[in-house]
Design a protein around this ligand. Structure first.
Ligand code: GCU
Length: 347
């Protein structure tokens, strides 16, 4: 054991591990154990069916594909939308969406992304596992082995992102070593957890993932007032008590045990960001987004840069405005990735 805070025994809100003590594998083990639930080793097969619904853009084409995952208890299908530019091979953003593929393709600036040479793959998160208490009984888990109850929905979504990531190279023109996990808010949390575990992702973009995603726990002072707002700590709208109160099913059950004790969590989100290095990570925030906690996000980015000792870029951008993934955000991410995923800069 090389990590300074293993087991969460220090209980000090100011604890932070040193770069020398940083152990990526241990961090991932701990996040599975206490936050998202341990990702099980699963044997599933995946088949894809082209739904023959191609839409042509001037800059590329959109296809709909049915992915069928067969596990020990049967087969489960969901739809993937895949937009690819008119180029030989392109990097592809892969992210889950909130409101279905049609809505996502309207909300995201697909033309811009295709014009810039990037593809986009997306699936509706709730079509994989419904985003509600009890959703596990109606989602992809129903075809997986029984007894995976300690696995949070964020963990299931992250696992599904990896499953899709592995399937993408079977489609022509996808650059297999340039698949970028992306997500906004809760989908950003899932994207980070997916990229941390799955080194097949070339990079990750976390847009306003906030609490349990890309914002630090250890500096916060909660609205519930259980810790005074002093020193470097600041008030935020969401802490472990708040998030596990509203979304207990996103996490492994033991996470709620840290409600009111955020600083005692044996891991913190800077470690999740640092565990992705040397692959690039870009965090986006918005000045009015009290939910995502821009200051906490920035603190996580700075701490992650120290932890990974410059072994991989951790970008940050802050724009005016509220909680959303806007074209303006995508422009920042494109600039970041053009720079850090350029040929030869990443293997
Ligand atoms: C809620 C939740 C946040 C989450 C956000 C979102 O506000 O409390 O943790 O990030 O939804 O997904 O938009």
């Amino acid at each position: 054991m090389t990590r300074g805070t293993a087991g969460g025994s220090t209980g000090s809100p100011d604890r932070a591990i040193t770069p020398a003590a940083f152990d990526r594998d241990q961090v991932i083990t701990d996040f599975g154990r206490v936050v998202y639930g341990v990702t099980p080793a699963l044997q599933v097969s995946v088949d894809s069916t082209d739904l023959a619904q191609q839409v042509m853009y001037g800059t590329g084409a959109e296809n709909r594909i049915r992915l069928t995952v067969t596990g020990p208890r049967g087969a489960y299908s969901f739809e993937l939308a895949l937009c690819l530019p008119n180029t030989d091979r392109s990097p592809v953003f892969l992210g889950l969406n909130f409101d279905g593929n049609d809505a996502a393709l309207q909300q995201w600036p697909i033309d811009l992304l295709l014009r810039r040479g990037y593809g986009v793959a997306t699936a509706h998160a709730s079509a994989i596992e419904p985003d509600r208490l009890g959703g596990a009984a109606d989602g992809i888990r129903t075809v997986l082995p029984e007894g995976l109850d300690d696995w949070g929905t964020l963990g299931v979504w992250a696992w599904a992102l990896s499953l899709i990531r592995r399937q993408l190279p079977s489609f022509a023109h996808v650059q297999a070593d340039k698949i970028i996990a992306i997500g906004h808010s809760r989908m950003g949390k899932a994207a980070l957890w997916a990229a941390a575990q799955d080194t097949g992702f070339a990079a990750v973009v976390s847009n306003e993932a906030g609490c349990s995603g890309d914002a630090l726990h250890r500096h916060l002072s909660t609205g519930s007032g259980h810790r005074p707002s002093t020193g470097s700590r600041h008030r935020v709208k969401e802490d472990i008590a708040a998030i596990t109160g509203k979304f207990p099913y996103w996490f492994t059950p033991s996470y709620a045990g840290y409600a009111g004790r955020d600083a005692e969590l044996p891991v913190d989100q800077d470690q999740l960001l640092a565990s992705i290095a040397p692959r690039p990570v870009c965090v986006g925030s918005a000045s009015e987004d009290d939910w995502a906690d821009p200051l906490g996000q920035f603190q996580a980015v700075l701490a992650a840069r120290e932890l990974n000792e410059g072994s991989g870029p951790v970008g940050f951008h802050l724009r005016p405005g509220d909680h959303a993934l806007l074209a303006e955000d995508w422009l920042h991410y494109l600039a970041f990735l053009d720079r850090h995923l350029s040929p030869g800069s990443h293997s």
